[in-house]
Design a protein around this ligand. Structure first.
Ligand code: HEC
Ligand code: HEC
Length: 489
């Protein structure tokens, strides 16, 4: 009781203080001082009740106001003014951001489970669902990954010994109960039946290190899951009517579009413009990008839709179908985004808002994820050294890919003509340009190809493209060196 009273006092006072901070230019100094002193009272109260360090954002994601990091007696503003408390508070925020990235569905089980009934297809008829169900073998075959650290030792031993049946959907349900399927959360009834299923950021933007078995290992957050066949998973859903209604097409068409994506791809613009295929008949989906190495980069997504946090809110609300708030008036453009304009996606408000309170920590976590260095033996160091000179010099790569972000500081956007490709995907975005892709951790995305649509199967093909398009006249040796440098990033 005393503790929650203290927290309430502090919430109130710190909020008042923050308000004073924001608006101090328009307020009188006197009133600001008064609010500031209230914050001190709150801080003292916290100190008295010994609450320092006890504030974590809870699982519902509501942020604990400004409590975190306020030290007790004496009331320091260290975590607001760059003191050591800031570092401690930031670590807490990172942990909370990581939890969101890995485990939060934002309430999207109302869509993936309740509406699409995907859980029924996963469980199968034998377990109260429909059809054959999804065995771990099938799940791994469509690219889902298992978090080995969430699997207890006896189950792990059983998997290794072959006594755990990987052909049975019941085993998939057991793994879901352990919260061991990366990016997918099962919701179970007290009777044990799978009653719904939701997805997380980690579904598309994490994989595992295969240290236990292929597809089973430690989580690698931010690595694109280029094995994941999102379209095939969606096509298993017993009820696709939400997609049919949104796009104004029948089930067969939805299935044709999503199964056309293939592994490691998803089409984030489909729900905006309804374009399932490019003019050449190929899928309009893009590759799943890396969600690491993004700090310092000016704009995000292949076509530079906005900041990391803009896109996080976008995806959580409009793609994952979580419950939150989102605004992007550009989606009112009915010529460019007919589906979004019709569905009112430019302005979304859902209650309770399970997203907005998590964006700040999620943003911090996203920016903290560094591009992972390549594994030993992935590149030839001497060749890479020569390639680096070319990259920064005569091959003109660093003209756009500025190290160490390998994208332009500032506004990293280029027309299709500037990079020598077609403008189909660029035209599906507000600025009609492609964003210079940060090149760190290229080794994590050798599966699926390069450029937004994977049009270049290998790095050699990318270099050949620039050589021809920019008229670089690189020798065979130069090209090989450049490739080794790219492999070293
Ligand atoms: C269904 C798969 C999927 C899920 C789930 C997903 N993303 Fe993505 N993400 C993508 C795709 C595809 C793109 C590229 C979109 C584009 O360029 O149009 C992308 C782009 C991004 C980018 C931009 C990367 C860059 O290079 O600038 C970030 C950051 C990101 N996602 C973070 C998240 C976060 C955080 C979540 C959870 C809130 C999330 N994503 C959920 C598929 C997904
Ligand atoms: C005019 C600016 C510009 C120059 C010059 C440039 N790039 Fe790029 N680069 C881009 C853009 C924009 C993309 C994103 C294209 C897409 O996704 O369709 C890109 C993508 C790439 C990719 C693919 C990354 C991925 O994960 O898909 C690689 C690799 C790459 N560039 C390497 C190079 C090399 C090597 C050079 C020099 C020979 C170079 N770039 C020169 C702008 C540039």
């Amino acid at each position: 009781m005393a503790r929650s009273a203290a927290i309430t006092t502090l919430h109130l006072s710190v909020e008042l203080w923050k308000e004073g901070e924001v608006e101090k230019s328009t307020r009188t100094w006197k009133s600001f001082r008064w609010e500031g002193s209230l914050a001190l009272v709150g801080a003292l109260a916290v100190g008295a009740f010994g609450l320092v360090g006890s504030c974590e954002s809870d699982k519902t994601g509501q942020q604990p106001g400004g409590i975190t990091g306020v030290t007790g007696a004496g009331g320091s503003y260290g975590s607001y003014a760059g003191g050591d408390e800031l570092i401690a508070a930031t670590v807490q925020s990172l942990v909370s951001g990581r939890n969101t990235f890995r485990y939060d569905t934002f309430g999207d089980e109302a869509f993936w489970g309740d509406a699409l009934k995907l859980h029924q297809a996963i469980a199968g008829k034998a377990n109260g669902g429909v059809g054959d169900g999804v065995s771990p073998e099938t799940a791994l075959a469509v690219g889902l990954k298992v978090d080995a650290e969430a699997v207890p030792a006896d189950v792990a031993a059983g998997i290794k010994a072959g006594t755990v049946d990987l052909k049975s959907p019941a085993t998939t349900l057991a793994l879901l109960k352990l919260n061991a399927v990366v990016g997918l959360t099962g919701f179970f009834a007290t009777t044990g039946e799978l009653r719904s299923v939701g997805i997380q950021c980690a579904l598309c933007h994490s994989t595992v290190d295969n240290s236990f078995l292929p597809g089973i290992g430690k989580r690698l957050d931010g690595w694109p899951n280029r094995d994941l066949n999102v379209g095939t998973i969606i096509s298993l859903a017993p009820d696709l009517s939400p997609f049919e209604q949104l796009l104004g097409v029948d089930r067969a068409t939805v299935v044709k579009v999503v199964t056309g994506w293939g592994p490691g791809r998803f089409d984030a613009e489909l729900a905006l413009d309804g374009q399932g295929f490019r003019p050449d008949g190929k899928t309009a989906a893009t590759l799943l990008p890396a969600a690491f190495g993004l700090a310092g980069v000016g704009l995000h997504t292949y076509t530079g839709w906005g900041s990391v946090t803009h896109w996080n809110a976008f995806v959580a609300n409009l793609e994952m179908m979580g419950k939150g708030s989102f605004d992007d008036a550009r989606l009112n453009n009915a010529t460019k985004f007919p589906v979004a304009a019709r569905a009112g996606l430019a302005h979304v408000r859902k209650t309770p808002d399970l997203i907005s309170g998590k964006l700040a920590d999620l943003h911090l976590y996203q920016l903290a994820l560094k591009a992972p260095p390549p594994p030993a033996g992935f590149f030839d160091a001497d060749a890479a050294r020569r390639g680096k000179v070319l990259f920064n010099g005569s091959a003109r790569c660093a003209g756009c890919h500025v190290p160490p972000m390998f994208s332009e500081p500032g506004w990293p956007m280029h027309t299709a003509a500037e990079i020598g490709i077609d403008d189909f995907q660029a035209k599906r975005s507000p600025d009609e340009r492609y964003r210079t892709t940060p090149l760190g951790g290229l080794h994590t995305r050798v599966t699926g190809g390069f450029y937004h649509d994977g049009r270049f199967a290998k790095l050699e093909d990318v270099v050949d493209h620039y050589d021809t398009f920019l008229g670089l006249k690189l020798s065979g040796g130069d090209k090989a060196d450049l490739v080794q440098y790219l492999r070293s990033l």
